[in-house]
Design a protein. Structure first.
Length: 263
């Protein structure tokens, strides 16, 4: 059975407890100055997501699996009224703190809540947003929940990782976490496979996937060289960019994807 296919409530609950503990520990290392310094970027992945989110003025937006609220604050500064939820209490505290630091504390309501059992009425949100959350969850159950809380005509936009590239998956499974190479993931998550994306998207009228960047050699730089060698950074970025431009057929092997589902 897929580790992330949870058939019993007990199993699902223990996964949530482990996830909360893992992300609480990450959040406890973050200071106010870290929160203030980090901003949503303008790279192709971010710009693609902003385009799909559209004009958010006056919209009710859910940021699901909000983490420390980077995008919750961004969505609020873009004119939305934001509800941000996460299973990790420390992350939620950070999301609240960040919203206050960004001057949008009155537009972000952050709560500890499971994405698998959301305490919102049916059709409550115009837009649902998430970054790196589907691949932490039972995709089928989560898709049903997102569809339920989304208003008729609404849309759900997610930036997710992607399990399509066998070389990257081999490196993730066999190399990361060994020989001093960082892992950067909890034990209960696995990059989003096509099958799980299909399970998530089955509840929507329409689902599109975009690969606005090719992200692959980037990991050589990040994991092996930790961005410390400028030539390596330049070469890895150049390789990814070259593949993106010259071989568009390979774009679905990128580690990053942007998903848009419409009700
Ligand atoms: C990779 S982090 C992404 C955080 C944030 N979206 C970001 O990109 O900075 C995954 C987040 O999902 C949250 N999470 C995991 N399982 C969850 C669940 N069942 N319900 C709500 N949040 C959950 C974790 O606590 C964590 O904050």
């Amino acid at each position: 059975m897929d580790r992330l296919t949870r058939t019993e409530d007990g199993d699902s609950t223990s996964v949530e407890v482990r996830e909360a503990a893992y992300w609480d520990a990450q959040a406890s290392q973050i200071s106010d100055s870290d929160l203030a310094a980090e901003c949503v970027k303008s790279e192709p992945l971010d710009e693609c997501r902003k385009r799909l989110l559209g004009d958010l003025t006056g919209k009710k937006v859910l940021d699901v699996g909000c983490g420390m609220g980077l995008w919750s604050a961004y969505l609020a500064t873009s004119g939305a009224e934001v509800w941000a939820i996460d299973i990790s209490p420390q992350s939620v505290e950070m999301a609240k703190r960040r919203a206050i630091l960004r001057g949008v504390g009155d537009r972000v309501t952050a709560s500890v809540m499971s994405a698998m059992d959301m305490q919102f009425p049916d059709g409550y949100f115009d837009v649902v947003h998430g970054q790196d959350i589907i691949h932490h969850l039972d995709a089928d159950k989560f898709g049903r929940e997102v569809q339920r809380v989304l208003a008729c005509g609404g849309r759900a936009v997610f930036s997710e990782n992607c399990a399509n590239n066998p070389v990257l998956m081999f490196a993730r499974n066999q190399i990361c976490g060994r020989w001093g190479i960082p892992k950067w993931s909890s034990d209960d998550e696995y990059p989003l496979t096509r099958a799980r994306l299909k399970a998530f998207s089955q509840f929507f009228q329409e689902c599109t996937v975009e690969y606005p960047e090719f992200v692959c050699f980037h990991f050589v730089d990040a994991k092996l060289f930790r961005y410390k060698n400028r030539f390596v950074s330049w070469a890895c970025h150049g390789m990814d960019h070259l593949i993106y431009c010259a071989l568009p057929v390979l774009r679905p092997l990128s580690y990053r994807q942007v998903i848009c589902c419409r009700e």
